[in-house]
Design a protein around this ligand. Sequence first.
Ligand code: GUN
Length: 282
Amino acid sequence: MAAVIIDGRAVAKAYKEGIAARTQEMIARGIVPHLAVVLVGENPASQVYVRNKENACIKAGIRSTVIRLAQDCTQETLEETVSALNKDASVHGILVQLPLPKHLDEARVLRLIDPDKDVDGFHAMNSGRLMNGQPGFVPCTPLGVMELLKAYDISIAGKHAVVIGRSNIVGKPMAMLLLAANATVTICHSRTQNLAELTRQADILVAAVGRAGFVTADMVKPGATVIDVGINRVDGQIVGDVDYAAVSEKAGYITPVPGGVGQMTIALLLANTLDAAERCGC
Ligand code: GUN
């Protein structure tokens, strides 16, 4: 039987409406949520992502500032920019768009962002908080996946969740969130042996590999929930990590690409920005 298609567009739309209402309520209390995005260089994909973030902020009533730095900007200039945003009491959320040009030290820049303004959730302080079950900022994409599971009433507790990918941005925080929701979690990666044997055990399978069509139907248990985090460009088309045509005939639930997880990432960035403003109370 064909899988239920998880409609990320619809869930994100409803979620953003909630964000807009919450923003208005905060503004009425004298708090104007403010996200600052730092974009270095001319990477075309980054420019699109940043424009989408800016538009989503404006639509929700959140103040947005984009600071554009030249491709050849120095580490010092970038760090001065982040430090100034840390000190600026009107800024609640700071996001440095990745990837940075090769000559810049990404890890140093991420470490410099005030953890209480780190709406990307990439600072080690926030990964540590997630690991320890303490409140903090969590990366937006895995948070968005959890919201999709919730929107479709997909139960997690006691289920076997298999995450393919171990990045700091998706795989690891995704595994932590599923674990916190009482799933039994397996993390697979490029060195995993007998990968298909493990993925076939998954009630919830999350693919965050970065390779088009990586998850094939033989890797999926009938009725499983398949979440595709991949965004790959193939012949000018955006496709995920999952062989959608074949897997959607076998899974119970599936996210399409586009129109699935990607839609949720920005929605959760807005939510993190409101949380930062709320915690700051200024
Ligand atoms: N580049 C691609 N995705 C992201 C993201 O979620 N945050 C940042 N900072 N950069 C990105």
